[in-house]
Design a protein around this ligand. Structure first.
Ligand code: NFC
Length: 551
């Protein structure tokens, strides 16, 4: 038996430590720990609820819009505020473009190098690489000259002994299986995706004033004036520019990301049987198609799947959500309480750094353990796509069947590391294709004479009840994000966030049930425990964000 520690896990956001027990070449137990405290929930107490989104946006530097939207929805829910349709559609455009940008960055810059051996790309024949690329996509950049120029750039790095962003990896590891040409193709697109993501997120600059941390959210609507005759407002020119950016967004996803994902996945089909995890899935659904606030009006449906049973989608009852602190460094009831009543009182009881091992029988993480009706739940693109697929969403059905068909696999392959990575691509494809429909709806609504962007009715705190409580949900890139707020005498009395990476990175709960990362690692074969590439593959497939998780 050997105990492996990976600390820190890199190519993620925040501080994640994985401890894994290996027996006979397989992981037999695992522990997920975050080694960093945040505490922004405490900073919020006593503040004006209308300001909460500014603070919560700073939970994270990656998914910067998502805590704004969840916070604003929570306050709107507590105060019973209905927002104008224009604001709803602009929010869809902002959060949808965030999801697409975030997932492409994840695939190329955070996850691809678990499957793609960059150094092997030096051995590739650029002409054969172009032939390979042409066989999967008609993306115009893919030429022998282009791939040769990328290979030369890479060789210049390697010859100077400076791998830069490609340093400190497990190059040459026996678990890498792509031929050099596929490695060169993916490396070229890694670099291309850097330029693409910077370009398409200009949508946030137009609708949100900047990125990261867009500035135009507002309880009751958006601070985006609509005026066809003003340069300082959303006008026809800006709408046309967004339309162009959405075309670029979709083209790269359809012609680069998805073909690359399918090509890489076809070499690693055994990963459709590894990394399954807890088998329960939670999705809050997303993209309201009107401003009624009704879950059935969400373009992507919300719900729960239990025990991998795709024949049934359960509705979500938010009263069943609790956060256990049995193995987390907080005071409070081990079994956890509902977020309305929860506290964030830190009490570190771990070993004094530097330490070799954590006390995994006791408390061992700054992440709490969210549970639904006492059960650990996985959330994220896999949950989103499984819920949509099981609910009969036509786009999800078509895209899932297409991907499974290309990989020659059945739906059971989705419950895996490969399934998680494929589902992220499917979610990206669906959203990238749908974004322009929300722009069209916005244009039609404006053309019909509706320029309203904010509902000022409840803006004045004097109009609020003395006490109110509400919650706001958003299906963020990493999954189900919820904020819960209690308001008393116009101030925040309590504020709690239950975040996607909190669900996924959670340690064990008071019943000893493993969190999703932990459960997904158990059973994983390890080719070389001294170079634990396989741990990175499964953990990265969740796209961890520990800053979010602890907040
Ligand atoms: Ni940070 Fe997150 C927030 C998480 O909800 N987890 O998807 C988003 O960060 O990346």
């Amino acid at each position: 038996m050997a105990m492996i520690v990976v600390d820190p896990i890199t190519r993620i956001e925040g501080h994640l430590r994985i401890q894994a027990e290996v027996n006979g070449g397989r992981i037999t137990d695992a522990w997920s720990s975050c080694t960093m405290f945040r505490g922004i929930e405490k900073i919020l107490k006593g503040r004006d609820p209308r300001d909460a989104w500014y603070f919560t946006q700073r939970f994270c530097g990656v998914c910067t819009t998502v805590h704004s939207i969840a916070s604003i929805r929570a306050v709107e829910n507590a105060l019973n505020v209905k927002i104008p349709l224009n604001a709803e559609l602009i929010r869809n455009l902002i959060i949808g473009s965030q999801v697409v940008q975030d997932h492409v960055i994840h695939f190329y810059h955070l996850h691809a190098l678990d499957w793609v051996d960059v150094v092997s790309a030096l051995k590739a024949d650029p002409s054969k690489t172009a032939t390979l690329a042409a066989s999967i996509s008609d993306w115009p950049l893919n030429s022998p000259t282009y791939f040769k120029s990328i290979q030369d750039r890479l060789a210049a790095f390697v010859n100077k002994g400076r791998l830069g962003p490609f340093g400190n990896a497990y190059w040459g590891h026996p678990a890498y299986k792509l031929p050099p040409e596929a490695n060169l193709m993916a490396t070229a697109h890694y670099l291309e995706a850097l330029d693409w993501q910077r370009e398409i997120i200009k949508i946030h600059a137009i609708l949100g004033s900047k990125n990261p941390h867009p500035q135009t959210f507002l309880v009751g609507g958006m601070a985006v004036p609509i005026d066809p005759n003003s340069q300082n407002a959303l006008n026809a020119d800006k709408i046309a520019e967004i339309g162009q950016l959405l075309k670029k967004t979709r083209a790269f996803v359809e012609k680069v990301y998805i073909p690359d994902l399918l090509a890489v996945a076809s070499f690693y089909t055994e990963w459709a049987g590894i990394g399954g995890g807890v088998g329960n899935y939670l999705s809050y659904g997303e993209y309201p198609l009107d401003n009624s606030g009704k879950p059935e009006k969400l373009w992507l449906p919300q719900g729960i799947i239990l025990n991998r049973d795709l024949s049934r989608v359960y509705p979500i009852d938010q009263r069943k959500i609790t956060e256990s602190v049995a193995h987390s460094w907080y005071e409070g009831e081990a079994a956890g309480v509902h977020p309305y009543d929860e506290t964030t009182e830190a009490r570190y009881t771990g070993p004094t750094p530097p330490y070799e091992m954590l006390d995994t029988d006791g408390k061992y993480s700054w992440v709490k353990s969210p549970r639904y009706d006492g059960k650990p739940m996985e959330t994220g693109p896999l949950a989103t796509i499984l819920v949509a697929y099981a609910a009969g969403h036509p786009g999800a059905r078509g895209a899932v069947d297409m991907v499974l068909g290309k990989l020659g696999a059945g739906p059971e392959a989705l419950f895996s590391t490969l399934g998680r990575t494929a589902a992220r691509g499917i979610e990206t494809l669906l959203v990238a294709r749908e974004l322009s429909s929300w722009l069209d709806m916005l244009v039609a609504n404006i053309a019909g004479g509706d320029l309203t962007i904010h509902n000022g009715e409840k803006w004045d705190p004097a109009t609020w009840p003395r006490e109110a409580a509400g919650y706001g949900w958003h299906n963020a890139p990493r999954g189900a994000l919820g904020h819960w707020i209690r308001i008393k005498d116009q101030k925040i009395e309590n504020y709690q966030a239950v975040v996607p990476s909190t669900w996924n990175a959670s340690p064990r709960d008071e019943k000893g049930q493993l969190g999703p990362y932990e459960a997904a690692l158990v059973g994983t074969p390890m080719a070389d425990p001294g170079r634990p590439l396989e741990i990175l593959r499964t953990i990265h497939s969740f796209d961890p964000c520990l800053a979010c998780a602890v907040h």
